[in-house]
Design a protein around this ligand. Sequence first.
Ligand code: GLG
Length: 833
Amino acid sequence: APQPDHLNRELLYGLLDSYLKNDVVSIQESIVHHVEFTLARSRYKFDTREAYFAAAHSLRDRLIERWNDTQAWIKHKDPKRVYYLSMEFLMGRTFLNALHNLGVMQPYQHALSGLGYDMEKVQQAERDAALGNGGLGRLASCFLDSMATLNLPAWGYGIRYEYGMFRQVVSEGFQKEQPDYWLTFGYPWEIQRPHVAYPVKFYGHVSVHESQDGRQNFVWNAGEEVTAVAYDNPIPGFKTPSTINLRLWAAKPCQEFDLEAFNTGDYVSSIIDKQKAETITSVLYPDDKTFEGKELRLKQQHFMVSATLQDIVRRYKEQHETFDAFPEKVAMQLNDTHPTLGIPELMRILMDENHLGWTRSWEITTKVFSFTNHTVLPEALEQWPVSLVEKLLPRHMQIIYDINWRFVQELEQNHGISGDKLGSMSIILDTEYGKMVRMAYLALVASHTVNGVAAIHSKLIKETIFKEFHDIWPEKFQNKTNGVTQRRWLAQCNPPLNRLITETLGTEAWITHLDLLKGLAAHAEDETFQQKWAEVKVEAKAKLASLLKDLTGDDLNMDAIFDVQVKRIHEYKRQFMNILSVALRYDRIKSMTEKEKEEVVPRVVIIGGKAAPGYDMAKRIIKLISAVSETVNNDPDVGDLLKVYFVPDYNVSLAEVIVPGSDLNQQISTAGTEASGTSNMKFAMNGSLIIGTMDGANVEIAEEIGEENMFIFGVGAQEVPALRSQREYLQVDPQFQHAVNLIQNGHFGWADYFSPLIESITGSRDWYLLANDFESYLDAQERVDQEWRDKASWTRKSILSTAGSGKFSSDRTIHEYAEDIWGVEPLPPTIPE
Ligand code: GLG
């Protein structure tokens, strides 16, 4: 774009010489200003949603100031930067988070109430940005918050899906998916950057040209080209001006029209063709841990990494003449294998567009990428058909073949590997359906580091799915136990607990140094403190109860244990085992005398989560939970002693109410299946006791808060393989059989519909070992009831849960990534001259 003839710097600096003021009146002025000029509504009449949008815009102004200065400062210092590449960011709402992190909660509250608006209602007007499925996407969002707070020169890169995670409606107990068009009213936090745009190519063919120095130049003549346009989302750190960027790409048609089509008169269909480009970023694939080999999905992946790498290379080249310093300036983390195409894309950019040789390009590439694995479930591992990759990305397929060819050479020559073992390690897998590209192997070969997400998981990947790679490259493997941001998941979502912790520790430093929570342990025995702790819990429970009241019309028994399992519905997570035990509890209550009933500890069981639309078993589990709920909640014999609710459309915002309001949370996956889990950490932080298996991060949580403060049950991961092989001979617990019979005999209706579920846990089919763990699970549940009767003891455990959760801050996790994997250092922003 043309430059101004004369820049009046003095005047410009004078005009904007300080940040926007954050006193109440200035905030009110800026809100009203946005009502009038951004929304073009009348300042005399705007509704709560308009108040939200105007307040959001005024807050965005404040984010932009900090964003601009942070980015200018980073550019000026040119440190090593880290880029977090992820197909998912499950952000949830931004308003409260930004208010908290900028430290302007109070003045905004006053500003809004002064104008006549209730902050609580205003913030409810925001829709979740749900650009992710579950743990993996939410982890990426927690990481952004920590990277900003730790002042790291970091950016996130992903896709701006127009339709996020589907809305789950449960009708008659069946899940129905509804599109989440979250952009209907606009998204006030993003900044569209029409000038930051890159062409992304697909299809076509590759030609080879001999250059003058005798080198081969590969030219990819694409068959389709779309434009990636940047949308920037400022991510503020807590108590620091550091505001980092989440750059999301949207697909737009290419600017140049197909002239030939114009000449032949096919104007309309040529434009319609161009519009198809936009479908690339239209929808998030809603599958959690099942690989869907759809062409559109592969297009999305390439689209994201191609735009991202062009952007990163462009930024680097602005400040550097050669690629020599690239590995000292750039680190890229692959969030699972979804962005692995970034590896051949960087090779292609270096070789074909910047004319570096293979060796040099490979040296650079292998120094910048590192990769995180999030699951050992085989059905999740990405394997793309070679035929599809060849068609969509012909040049990338050549490069992948070349990478593999050199890798196989290395295996033979340096590691003495031959025969079948070569085939089993090859990036290209031969199957009866044709050749496949194993994305995890490609990521492993090209990355300098691979990590698991909890200690047990990192150990398992070394022993199972990546064993052969660990044998040759043990130094590549690391563990980085997950964490969650205590800003959102404790400080913001649980204000009463926040206040109590701060008052007790005499500081709010725990909001950036979560280890300090261990100072609470000293008060665990203190009766008055226990009293306060219990009151805070009641407050949080009341909020959850009112949410359920809105959903169901029921008043909950506040003396009951609020027992929660919220997460994606999956057989390995064993919601089925949970509901079987509920059915049994119900049956027991039914057979009790009134006198016996007096001894029963009342429970409210809350289950929530989405099933992938194509996951039949998971959908049947939802129906079963609903059917049990229907029967139990309407049975006068049971009354207040047991209630069961399926909460529809579980998402980040609901979690912010459900987590603080729970007494007990279920983390009951078959040992060895849940890589880490992150809700376990959120619950523990909020003083909810865990009933769980020794799986994922539960193992480390038990180390930190003490096994005696949790309800641990079930077999360990080491025993699982042997048990699986003996499944059909195992003795089935009579109580398990009884629970199964209740369902089979139609006690909750729908017996035929539930029979595939029953079959899936019968005899040799019981892959997730429900039958085997059931007795021990019931035993743990019994201990829960016992413990509840002793209020002081329960509260003590609750305090110790929070006190012991300091390790599970994503600040700790990110600090470890920065030191052990990325080699990036904090760079607190200073306002540049
Ligand atoms: C995975 C795992 C979780 C893990 C999360 C974040 O299943 O156990 O906590 O990633 O690492 N795909 C996932 O949700």
